[in-house]
Every structure is written in structure tokens, then in C-alpha cells.
Design a protein around this ligand. Structure first.
Ligand code: HEC
Ligand code: HEC
Length: 155
């Protein structure tokens, strides 16, 4: 009992330092950074479940109105990266928490419609989202300077 309590306290204290870079494990794969970071930040796989990434990789030719299709070998390598590091596969950092409210079925495609995203951002006024420096909710680095490194806990 006492040991469990102590572990809890130590765990809580150790969290900030430990979380560090791996709060949301950042994308380090050069191919993903290049191909999926060309139009927006290369989003961390932990933000969506594997089934969502699979569908996204199937539909790159019509990716939110853009043609983001790639040769088969690159598509496969990127699919492997996203599905093996997906939010419902990884248990590191914040991944589990992010998946908590995601419905067990369906293939959501927008991180910005994830229930946890909506909860965490519900106090941001409309004028901030419309700021010319932000423009779209998916522009994470506009508000989170460390977004590409996996830091979202402060702005
Ligand atoms: C040709 C440009 C382009 C490329 C390349 C591209 N995307 Fe996108 N992506 C977009 C656009 C445009 C949107 C919609 C942005 C918005 O609604 O604000 C988007 C949105 C997304 C979203 C949803 C963001 C949200 O609002 O929650 C994800 C996830 C995503 N892209 C992943 C990827 C992945 C993975 C790759 C690499 C395979 C990729 N993108 C490559 C243009 C691109
Ligand atoms: C308009 C500015 C803005 C944009 C754009 C934005 N965020 Fe946020 N985000 C915030 C603010 C403000 C908070 C609340 C910080 C807090 O509660 O301490 C937040 C909180 C978060 C948190 C919770 C951090 C924690 O304390 O647990 C995550 C995760 C997050 N954002 C991810 C994202 C992702 C991923 C994107 C892009 C898809 C994004 N944000 C886009 C402003 C923004």
C-alpha cells in the first residue's frame, strides 16, 4: 500500500522531466517529414488510430481536396510508419489519452475533430482561430511553438 502510494507520488513528480521530447512522440522519419510536411506540419501519428491512417493513405489522391498521391513504395513506407506509431498502437506519452474519446469504429480523418482536441481547445475564441497567423485549426505550430517536437503542453 505504502509502496504503491510512493510510486504514485514519485511518478507524478517525475512526469514533467520524463515527458520531455516524448510528450507526443515527434516525427523523425525523413521521408515522412518531407512528404507529409510539405503543405502543413507532419502530424504525429499518435493523434489518430491506425485505421484512420490506413484510410488516409488509401485516399491520398483526394486528400482534403488536394492531390497528395505518392509512388507506391513511398506510400507503403509512410503507411507503415503511421500505422505502427498510431495512437491506438503506441502507449507512450499522450497517445493513450488522445484516443480515449475516439469512437471504437469509423475512420476519423481530422485531428482537429478529435474529441480530446475539441475539449482542449474549447476556450479559444473565434477571433483567435481566424487570426491571419492561424487561418486553420490544423496550423498547430502557429500556437504551439514546439509542435513539431511533440510539445503541446504550453503555447
Ligand atoms: C499537397 C499538399 C498536402 C500534402 C503533400 C499532404 N497534405 Fe495533409 N492536408 C492538406 C490540406 C490542404 C489539409 C486540410 C487542412 C485544413 O483543413 O486546415 C490537410 C489535412 C491533413 C490532416 C488533417 C488535419 C486536421 O485538420 O486535423 C492530416 C491528418 C493530414 N493532412 C495528414 C497528411 C499526411 C499523413 C500526409 C503525407 C502522406 C499529408 N497530409 C500530405 C494538404 C496536404
Ligand atoms: C489558435 C491556437 C491553437 C492552434 C492552431 C492549436 N492549438 Fe492546441 N492548444 C492551444 C491552447 C491555447 C491550448 C491550451 C493550453 C493549456 O490548456 O494549457 C492547447 C492545447 C493543446 C493540447 C493539450 C496540451 C495539454 O496540456 O495536455 C494539445 C495536445 C494540443 N493543443 C494539440 C494541438 C494540435 C495537434 C494542433 C494542430 C492540429 C493544435 N493543438 C492547434 C492553442 C492552439
Amino acid at each position: 500500500m505504502r509502496a504503491a502510494l510512493l510510486a504514485l507520488v514519485l511518478g507524478a513528480l517525475a512526469t514533467p522531466a520524463f515527458a520531455g521530447n516524448d510528450w507526443v512522440p515527434p516525427v523523425k522519419d525523413p521521408l515522412v517529414l518531407k512528404e507529409c510536411g510539405a503543405c502543413h506540419m507532419a502530424f504525429q501519428p499518435a493523434f489518430l488510430p491506425a485505421r484512420s491512417w490506413n484510410r488516409m493513405m488509401d485516399e491520398l489522391a483526394d486528400h482534403f481536396g488536394e492531390d497528395a498521391s505518392l509512388p507506391a513504395d513511398k506510400t507503403k513506407a509512410i503507411r507503415d510508419f503511421y500505422t505502427t506509431n498510431a495512437g491506438d498502437v503506441l502507449t507512450q506519452g499522450r497517445a493513450r489519452k488522445y484516443m480515449q474519446w475516439v469512437a471504437p469504429s469509423g475512420t476519423p480523418q481530422k485531428i482537429t475533430e478529435n474529441p480530446d482536441f475539441l475539449r482542449k481547445h474549447d476556450r479559444i475564441p473565434e477571433r483567435v482561430w481566424k487570426d491571419p497567423k492561424v487561418v486553420t485549426k490544423s496550423n498547430c505550430p502557429a500556437c504551439h511553438r514546439g509542435a513539431d517536437k511533440g510539445y503541446f503542453e504550453d503555447d
